[in-house]
Design a protein around this ligand. Structure first.
Ligand code: C2E
Ligand code: SIN
Ligand code: SIN
Ligand code: FE
Ligand code: FE
Length: 415
């Protein structure tokens, strides 16, 4: 449990820390972890406003988490609730009032809201104390609701939230809301850019890029931990990598409709043009100097390299597209990068992208069934793909399936 002075310290440093997460998913994870630590709470959720409704966008639950094998993540689906007084989160979203409920199982009959037990029943959890605060931006716009569940005393017994904790949590929520608003803006800019690039291909949506990015950071996290990358560095890399992975195919903006939308196999010439999307994507970030620009260029350039050196575009100067000196094959073509010559972000997105491409429908192909897809990875480990990454991929398959539910193709692209 935090002491008072630790709480103050946390509050002061919070805006700086939250300001560093630019990816929406990673920011929500950060906010909920800190908010729960602040009041020693077992669980919590973030709801984000989407026009007239609240979307259940992110959740944590230590009790349920402990029942999972180590490294497994809690699975949940995004559901939507109306912004009205019938639910607790809806009430706070509507009225903007903080709501501190000692025990949701004993709500007085005078309140308009009731507690929805379906989530508890489905997962086998017992919600008791619930503190729900509005997420208001500096301009006073409500962008969502933060809900903290089951405060605990030193012995781990569930207790009510203290009224004196409310102002601090409101302050926290205001800081979080500003960071969230900015991350939503960034996410929307990325999704809009991708939409522009892929507009001509209705089968590829924001859902696809969110899935690829989510698979990629999960694999990166496991890969990095094995190598002792932790703490702030890991958080920063995940943040940058998630956004960069979303943009892996943005270079397709430069590819003509006749090729991109062709509902059949590409000819050799067409495929050669298609391959340029790697270099074209990298060029979009040429002028940028930030770590994000470098990561995005790295991902775009390297996501079609192969572990065995048979991928593309190989050792090229991405400004000119020409082979690097000393890296030409006898035919004058650039030599493919192989093994660790391929940056880790590229090796990971290669696996994430192919998995998602095969399990989804494309203009040129049907979705494959899972068994057939997994075979590609069993057979491709050590040839097409980095065998370590394939091993990590198989170790997080359950999480990958959860991501598929979280970002289904038929949903709006706003999350
Ligand atoms: P994409 O649809 O996102 O596919 C990404 C990668 O997934 C492909 O990279 C490939 O490694 C893998 N993949 C996709 N479909 C299959 C498949 O049926 N079998 C196998 N073994 N692997 C598959 P690749 O091949 O370098 O293609 C890059 C992009 O080029 C594709 O991105 C897609 O936009 C386009 N493309 C590739 N082949 C065709 C095609 O036959 N027709 C059309 N219209 N586009 C194609
Ligand atoms: C609510 O806040 O009442 C709705 C979410 C839940 O099921 O706990
Ligand atoms: C994209 O990632 O921008 C489009 C989806 C794909 O072809 O992988
Ligand atoms: Fe690609
Ligand atoms: Fe892709």
């Amino acid at each position: 449990m935090l002491t008072e002075s630790e709480k103050l310290h946390t509050l002061i440093h919070l805006s700086i820390e939250l300001g560093q997460s630019k990816d929406l998913d990673i920011l929500m994870e950060h906010i909920l972890t800190e908010a729960r630590r602040f009041v020693n709470a077992d669980a919590g959720s973030i709801y984000l406003k989407d026009f007239e409704t609240l979307i259940f966008a992110y959740t944590q639950n230590d009790t349920l988490q402990r029942k999972l094998p180590p490294n497994e993540k809690l699975a949940y689906v995004n559901f939507t609730i109306p912004i009205d007084e019938n639910s607790i989160a809806g009430f706070v979203g509507k009225t903007g009032r903080i709501l501190n409920i000692e025990d949701v199982r004993k709500l007085p009959s005078t309140v308009p809201y009731c507690f929805n037990r379906s989530f508890d029943e489905r997962v086998g959890y017992s919600t008791q104390s619930v503190l729900t605060v509005p997420l208001n931006t500096a301009e006073g716009e409500r962008i969502g609701v933060l809900q903290i569940i089951n405060a605990q005393d030193q012995q781990g017994q569930v207790v009510p939230f203290l009224p004196e904790e409310e102002p601090m949590l409101m302050h926290f929520a205001n800081t979080a809301a500003v960071a969230l608003e900015r991350a939503q803006l960034t996410r929307n800019i990325i999704l809009r850019t991708i939409k522009m690039a892929e507009m001509r291909d209705p089968l590829e949506t924001g859902a696809h890029v969110n899935r690829v990015a989510s698979y990629a950071i999960e694999m990166y996290e496991r890969w990095a931990r094995r190598r002792g990358v932790e703490g702030k560095e890991l958080t920063k890399n995940r943040d940058i990598f998630r956004m960069a992975a979303m943009l892996h195919d943005v270079g397709k903006v430069a590819i003509s409709d006749t090729i991109l939308k062709k509902p059949a196999k590409l000819t050799v010439e067409e495929f050669n043009i298609m391959k340029q999307h790697t270099i074209q994507g990298a060029r979009l970030f040429l002028e940028g100097l930030s770590a994000f620009d470098r990561a995005a260029a790295t991902v775009a350039l390297n996501h079609h390299e192969r572990w065995d050196g048979k991928g593309y575009p190989g050792h090229v100067n991405y400004r000119t597209g020409l082979p690097l000196k000393g890296y030409e094959n006898p035919d004058g073509q650039p030599r493919g990068k192989s093994r660790e010559e391929i940056p880790i972000f590229g090796r990971i997105v290669a696996v994430a992208d192919v998995y998602d491409a095969l399990t989804s429908a494309r203009v040129y192909k049907e979705a494959w069934d899972e068994t057939k897809v997994l075979k590609i990875f069993e057979e491709g480990a050590g040839s097409q793909f980095d065998p370590d990454i394939v091993e990590i991929f198989f170790s997080c398959l359950e999480f990958i399936h959860f991501i598929q539910q979280r970002y289904p193709d038929n949903r709006a692209e706003n999350l």
